[in-house]
Design a protein around this ligand. Structure first.
Ligand code: NAI
Ligand code: XMP
Ligand code: K
Length: 892
């Protein structure tokens, strides 16, 4: 001690240790640093199974930048992906478009098998044939299509141009192109396209074999929007869209075959004898990996199938599954599987654990199977139950090579199906492959095959909807970056390194939920309820009733909600799947990120600021425009901040206006809002006058404005604001969408969740709401309850309340807002900001359109193409799942 004393470590009688080069053993072993996986999963006296939410990874030492985190990992023995993400073989998740984009982003898609073998092989072929920037299956017209039919297709598909070929199909001889300009002045709907198309002799075309750069150059010089590619016989082989070019920069991460440079693609098959033929067609189409798809993979049928596949198609890797135990894994590895899929009954749409009482908590399943399979060099894919980037990180840290996702991806543009609206929320359908709906659509045979009581359908999944996430091209980079941050925080530079640390006991994990607290208590390690990372307590539940879901724009694409089981198909003793099951996702936007691309103008928001909105009045998707983005959210100005174009927060407007506030305050608020509206008006005027985006030389030939209002108090502002803007801009009415929610209705709705399911809820059309709108623009309300004064808004607490200062801390938004804000608020916004989502490589659709009440013409909404960093942070809400009780998921 005398040494410490002399060195000054001993002060006021307080004995202090000198810092050594290592943390002392005693502290290390106390649990203060968390626990090893071994301790949690193996020395597990309470025999408890762990879900992702039960665990949290302890931070490590960061010795590298986040960009250096290497997330590449193996899917199978032979396939390595730069990005360890796999899309589920489900009919609401993966068809060619999803598979193409997944592969371009460095992951892989597994084409579902709820279609004929031929169709599935075609889907694989589309992925294999994919050429960046080339639309290989454009919608074509035949010469005798009428104008009326063209307009209908345009409205349905939101394409602006169609090639005309002699056969009306791809591969036919090119005879012209229809664009918006061609049809603009024709009145008679019975006129044939040949009368008004731009005919072949005046078309600029490219020859088959043209490179993307060359095509780009031709488009630039010709100032055309579309470039048809023809072969020597003048037959159409591809179409190149100018608007797609920018999006189609080569992706260095893309998952490609090393031999032929084609994108990697997977496909699922079942275990029936027929599936051998299916596998043959898939192999012929060039599939790289076949997933043998069963909920319980350890069966003689699957073992036989794997053996067959390995013998018949040695060039194709085989993923067996699903399994959740080492002994199941053993059988499939022995049969020759190159990879395993792990997860049973934990998918968001699963009811397997309820219906069949068999399954396993996913973190436990991943840990145990990965650890066993590793001995044989077999990677595993953690399938199902991924709800956030955090779950991905956890899965990887627990030994998974890749993660497979369904619900996370089902709401993206690339997933099959059309968007539709419910309560103002833009949704896509998502359903379990074992749901009644999916079975009716083709999966039925899987369940009834070879069973004595083949008339009994036992659903093992449910259907519902997921909210719009926009395009994968932005979503995947966001997920990737989230995972990189997670690994960095844990001090792990790569997936491989995480593996080492998992097995050498240097990865620290801690349990987090009350149930796992029992486990810790049993281990004698924990004396108080843990509070770190309590994900479960952060969930909000968003009931969206399953029936009553409005139709998507393409009613044929999917059936109209789950069909009730026929009486004689029902067995009373089998629990029916819950009628309600859906999950929604809220985004917390990160205003700190430099998310606003230069031409955007942001006025107002705020906590959940929408990313730049872009509404184009340009009907020609080929027209060059630089969108100007203006969003005014009068409703939130009262708690708002003003964000400059580069994303810096300029002012914060902290004073609240509520009807219960003094009239003086209210007036002040109104004038502040009026100022913002004035500013917006100036911008509109400036843009219109100069034809340029504010502070930019970019041409800007469009503009529309979105005004959202949530409260009675703001009604006038919304109304007056929209009026002013309209006057200033002479915009047509339909370019102003006003959503005016009335507080009392919101309160009612929020207090009776069921009401949300009613399709016509309470829609309050603001001034300038299109009087006639297509499905998809009818925003309905679904909004926060009446506000009581939140501490944040009380002047006294203003100074020290951090959330008040930065105005955007979701986590601190509990209290009166707790339920309402993240869900309803961001819902409204999400609606709007995702409206502009448009087509993909294949030049497809923007499902949202407004028809002008004046001329009945569709008014397409464009999307800006300026790259910007992902700005959303996913948060899941999970509703209606019995396993939320935490009982059924905890079989270990
Ligand atoms: N991961 C999960 O937890 C779950 C996934 N699902 C998904 O639902 C879909 C259907 O899954 P399953 O019901 O497992 O389909 P499956 O086709 O593997 O099994 C259905 C029934 O048919 C039987 N069967 C299969 N091949 C057979 C053969 N050759 N001879 C005799 N009987 C045979 C099975 O034993 C089972 O009873 C899959 O897409 C699966 O991924 C369904 C439930 C849970
Ligand atoms: O119990 C189930 N009943 C079903 O009908 C069903 N359909 C799919 N799956 C599995 O769930 C996975 C996707 O799960 P997530 O939506 O959580 O990503 C998928 O990858 C599948 O493993 C089902 N499980
Ligand atoms: K979908």
């Amino acid at each position: 001690m005398s040494e410490t004393q002399t060195n000054g470590y001993h002060k006021n009688g307080d004995k202090r240790q000198k810092i050594g080069s290592e943390i002392d053993e005693e502290t290390l072993n106390s649990g203060a640093e968390g626990f090893t996986a071994e301790k949690i999963f193996v020395n597990n006296p309470s025999c408890m199974g762990m879900t992702y939410d039960d665990l949290i990874v302890m931070p490590g030492h960061i010795a590298f930048p986040v960009g250096d985190v290497d997330i590449s990992s193996n899917l199978t023995r032979n396939i390595r992906l730069q990005v360890p993400f796999v899309s589920s073989p489900m009919d609401t998740v993966t068809e060619h478009q999803m598979a193409i984009t997944m592969a371009l982003q460095g992951g892989i898609g597994i084409i579902h098998s709820n279609m004929t073998a031929e169709e599935q092989a075609q889907e694989v072929l589309k992925v294999k044939k994919f050429k960046n920037g080339f639309i290989l299956d454009p919608m074509c017209l035949s010469p005798d299509t009428t104008l009326g039919e063209v307009l209908k297709r345009k409205a349905d598909l939101n394409f602006s141009s169609f090639p005309v070929t002699d056969t009306g199909k791809m591969g036919g001889r090119l005879i012209g192109i229809i664009s918006n300009r061609d049809s603009a002045f024709i009145e008679d709907p019975n006129v044939k396209v040949t009368e008004f198309m731009t005919a072949r002799d005046s078309l600029v075309v490219a020859k088959d074999g043209v490179s993307l750069e060359e095509a780009n150059q031709i488009l630039k010089e010709s100032k055309k929007g579309k470039l048809p590619v023809v072969n020597d016989n003048d037959e159409l082989v591809a179409l190149i869209a100018r608007t797609d070019l920018q999006k189609n920069k080569d992706n260095p991460r893309a998952s490609k075959d090393s031999h032929n440079k084609q994108l990697l693609c997977g496909a699922a098959i079942g275990t029936r004898p027929d599936d051998k033929k299916r596998a043959q067609l898939l192999a012929d189409a060039g599939v790289n990996v076949i997933v043998v798809d069963s909920s319980q993979g350890d069966s003689i049928y699957q073992i036989e199938m794997i053996k067959h596949l390995k013998a018949a198609h040695p060039q194709v890797d085989v993923i067996g599954g699903n399994v959740v135990t080492p002994s199941q894994a053993h059988h499939l590895i022995e049969a020759g599987a190159d990879g395993l899929r792990v997860g049973m009954g934990i998918g968001s749409i699963c009811t397997t654990q309820e219906v069949c009482a068999v399954g396993r908590a996913q973190a436990s399943a991943v840990y145990h199977v990965a650890k066993y399979a590793r001995k044989f060099g077999i990677p595993i894919t953690a399938d199902g139950g991924i709800q956030s980037t955090g779950h991905i990180t956890k899965a990887l840290c627990l030994g998974a090579g890749c993660v497979m996702m369904g619900s996370m991806l089902a709401g993206t543009d690339e997933a099959p199906g059309e968007y539709f609206y419910q309560d103002g929320v833009r949704l896509k359908r998502y359903r379990g492959m074992g749901s009644i709906e999916a079975m009716n659509a083709g999966g039925e045979k899987r369940y009834v095959w070879d069973t004595a009581q083949s008339h009994v359908k036992v659903a093992q999944g449910v259907s519902g909807a997921v909210t719009d996430k926009g395009t994968l091209r932005r979503y995947i980079p966001y997920l990737m970056q989230g995972v990189r941050h997670g690994l960095q925080d844990a001090g792990i530079p790569s997936v491989e390194a995480s593996r080492d640390r998992l097995y050498n006991g240097t990865l620290s994990i801690k349990t987090t939920t009350p149930l796992s607290y029992i486990l810790q208590a049993a281990m004698g390690q924990c004396s108080t309820l843990p509070s770190e990372g309590r994900q479960s307590s952060r969930r909000e539940f968003t009931p969206i009733q399953n029936h009553n879901l409005p139709q998507g724009r393409n009613p044929d694409a999917m059936s109209d909600g789950p069909e009730p089981m026929e009486e004689d198909n029902m067995r009373e003793d089998i629990p029916q799947p819950p009628a309600i099951a859906t999950r929604t996702r809220c985004y917390k936007l990160n205003l700190d990120s430099n998310m606003f691309p230069p031409p955007s103008v942001f006025l107002g928001p705020y906590k959940d600021a929408p990313p730049p909105l872009t509404y184009s009045t340009s009907e020609d998707s080929a027209a060059t425009y630089s969108p100007v983005q203006v969003a005014i959210n009068t409703a939130k100005i009262f708690r708002g901040i003003t964000v400059s174009k580069d994303g810096t927060i300029l002012t914060q407007n902290a004073r609240a206006t509520r009807s219960n506030r003094g009239a003086k305050n209210k007036r002040g608020e109104k004038s502040r809002q009026a100022t913002k509206i004035e500013k917006a008006k100036d911008l509109v005027e400036e843009t219109i006058a100069t034809g340029k985006a504010p502070d930019s030389d970019e041409p800007a030939n469009m503009m529309s404005l979105v005004i959202m209002g949530e409260y009675d108090d703001m009604k006038y502002l919304v109304r007056d604001g929209s009026k002013k803007l309209r006057e200033a801009s002479e915009l047509p009415d339909d370019s102003l969408l006003a959503i005016n929610r009335v507080r009392d209705d919101m309160a009612k709705e929020a207090s009776s969740p069921r009401k949300r399911g009613s399709p016509n809820g309470s829609i309050h059309r603001g001034q300038g709401t299109p009087s006639k709108s297509r499905p998809g623009t009818g925003f309905a309300s679904g909004a926060p309850p009446k506000l009581k004064s939140h501490p944040r808004d009380r002047p006294s607490s203003r100074k020290d309340d951090k959330s008040r200062r930065d105005g955007m801390d979701l986590e601190s938004e509990r209290g009166d807002w707790g339920h309402a804000l993240p869900v309803s608020f961001s819902r409204g916004i999400q609606n709007i900001w995702n409206c502009g989502a448009t087509g993909e490589e294949t030049g497809t659709i923007s499902p949202t359109q407004v028809v002008s009440p004046r001329d009945g013409k569709p008014h397409a909404m464009g999307v800006h193409t300026a790259p910007h960093r992902p700005v959303f942070e996913g948060r899941d809400n999970h509703y209606g799942q019995a396993r939320e009780t935490g009982v059924t998921t905890r079989a270990n």
